[in-house]
Design a protein around this ligand. Structure first.
Ligand SMILES: [Zn+2]
Ligand SMILES: [Zn+2]
Length: 255
């Protein structure tokens, strides 16, 4: 059990509040980016953890005995338990975060040594995008002009795009990796894929082992989220501002 100290506010929290994914159960306590202090442990868990500061993400549990779990892919377990689906999330006691995937992705890509382009609808974010590591910043509406430019497009946007233009922006063997939870089908033609061997992939939150590596990578390369702190009792202000996209780049609610 965690006593919440801080919790990020994510667009997924808004989707759960509005039941956009048709899995919400009310009363709903959102919040799945939790930092907290361990106050109690269940059966079979090391009591030495009590008092430690730990994180909790989207996934709160998996079966730990299927082949996926035993192979380290707990995040793909078919018996996965989510922190805020049918249980209480971190707003119960402390934090919040937002629209924050993209600004972290830029920093990772730069640290990996890629030539990085940020694509945005809002050129006011260009200067900041360069500070996060983008070599180039392009406007979304210019995408049709960017033919065969990218090896990998990481899309964190959760509404429909001009998918053919996205695919055409990929080099041969290029890949669109979808992270934004767009509800409408992603419409692409067979010929967006076949001649240049392009592909489309997606992924959920990471396995525990990968998350550990990512945190170590962040420490090594000084990758940090840019956050705006608000006290937990301002959670409704944060939710309203997040819904309008008015946050740079994630809210953290402090308990
Ligand atoms: Zn989230
Ligand atoms: Zn499992």
């Amino acid at each position: 059990m965690l006593e919440v100290m801080h919790c990020g506010l994510c667009h997924s929290d808004l989707s759960m509040i509005g039941n956009h994914w048709v899995v919400s159960r009310y009363p709903l306590v959102p919040g799945h980016e939790v930092i907290g202090r361990v106050t109690a442990v269940g059966e079979g868990v090391d009591p030495g953890l009590i008092g430690d500061v730990r994180g909790l993400g989207w996934i709160s549990g998996s079966c730990n005995h299927c082949s996926l779990c035993l192979g380290g892919d707990q995040n793909l377990c078919t018996s996965l338990e989510a922190t805020i689906v049918g249980r209480q999330g971190g707003f119960a006691s402390h934090v919040v975060g937002i629209g924050g995937l993209g600004h972290i992705a830029l920093q990772f890509a730069r640290a990996w040594g890629c030539e990085v382009t940020a694509i945005t609808t809002n050129l006011a974010k260009a200067e900041q995008a360069r500070r996060f590591g983008a070599h180039h910043v392009e406007e979304l509406e210019m995408l049709p002009d960017l033919q065969s430019r990218f090896d990998l497009v990481i899309n964190t946007v959760n509404h429909p795009l001009d998918w053919s233009a996205v695919m055409a922006s990929l080099r041969p063997r290029g890949r669109l990796h979808q992270l934004g939870a767009v509800l409408e089908p992603i419409q692409v033609g067979a010929f967006d894929l076949i001649p240049a061997r392009r592909s489309i992939t997606g992924s959920p939150t990471s396995s525990p082992a990968s998350l550990q590596k990512m945190v170590e990578f962040c420490v090594r390369h000084n990758i940090r989220p840019l956050v705006e702190h608000l006290p937990m009792d301002q959670v409704n202000v944060a939710i309203q501002r997040l819904a309008k996209g008015d946050v740079r780049y994630r809210f953290v609610l402090d308990a």
